[in-house]
Design a protein around this ligand. Structure first.
Ligand SMILES: C[S@@+](CC[C@H](N)C(=O)[O-])C[C@H]1O[C@@H](n2cnc3c(N)ncnc32)[C@H](O)[C@@H]1O
Length: 213
């Protein structure tokens, strides 16, 4: 997984990854991916998946949902498109090239927005969260799964120390859960609904139907 922070670089990296991404990641990420999809599905019919990649998560969506997948990489999306056609994944209504920080989608169009194993790759995660917020209906959820570390304690110190080494081999190890939950708190419109445990975590941020008094 790359942590290159320029979009053209990111596209080049995923042009190569597109060829063998599924072979490496299909089992490894499955638990968190399925948990995130289940949470998104519980929110309603219209779901946006940002950084959908090769579409590993798409078979988990029931046929009565309407799922739009977007990704920076045309090459990854091509593989996702093949999957949708071969497996007749009728829940998927669109796949488009799009940057998480500039979504060409209308305001409040989705009941849930998911971003799986992508937030740590985005140059400005808060800007991506602002965009997720814009397209999400009140009462819906932002559901993020990724390699995320807890904010305090010995393990956070351990993973921070390891970050430069991990970055050299293309992994992000020091993206803290608090970066997401702090954003949610700052907006005044979100409640942190759930923070998962384990190496790959699912974080759910609920957009309140009305602002707290
Ligand atoms: C590690 S893959 C994860 C793919 C998929 N979500 C999964 O769980 O298997 C990261 C994906 O995020 C995409 N990506 C990276 N930066 C992005 C951005 N700024 N906007 C949209 N997609 C992005 C990459 O092209 C790649 O397909």
């Amino acid at each position: 997984m790359s942590v290159t922070y320029d979009l053209d670089g990111q596209k080049k990296v995923y042009r190569i990854w597109a060829r063998f991404y599924d072979k490496i990641y299909v089992g490894l990420l499955a638990r968190a991916q399925r948990e995130a999809v289940d949470a998104a599905v519980a929110c309603g019919r219209d779901i946006l998946e940002i950084g959908v990649g090769t579409g590993l998560t798409l078979p988990y969506f029931p046929a009565d949902k309407r799922v739009v997948g977007v990704d920076l990489s045309e090459d990854m999306l091509r593989v996702a498109g093949q999957k949708v056609a071969e497996r007749k994944l009728t829940a998927v209504t669109g796949l488009s090239v799009m940057d998480a920080c500039r979504l060409g989608l209308p305001d409040e169009a989705f009941d849930a927005v998911t971003a799986q194993f992508v937030i740590t790759l985005v140059p400005n995660p808060e800007q991506a969260l602002d965009e997720m917020d814009r397209v999400l209906r009140p009462g819906g959820e932002i559901v993020i799964s990724s390699r995320l570390v807890d904010s305090g304690g010995a393990s956070a110190v351990f993973w921070s120390a390891l970050a430069p080494l991990a970055k050299a081999v293309g992994w992000s190890t020091d993206f803290k859960v608090s970066r997401l939950t702090d954003w949610a708190e700052r907006t005044g419109r979100y409640r942190t609904e759930h923070v998962g445990r384990g190496y790959f975590k699912v974080v759910r941020l609920k957009k309140l139907a009305s602002r707290p008094a």
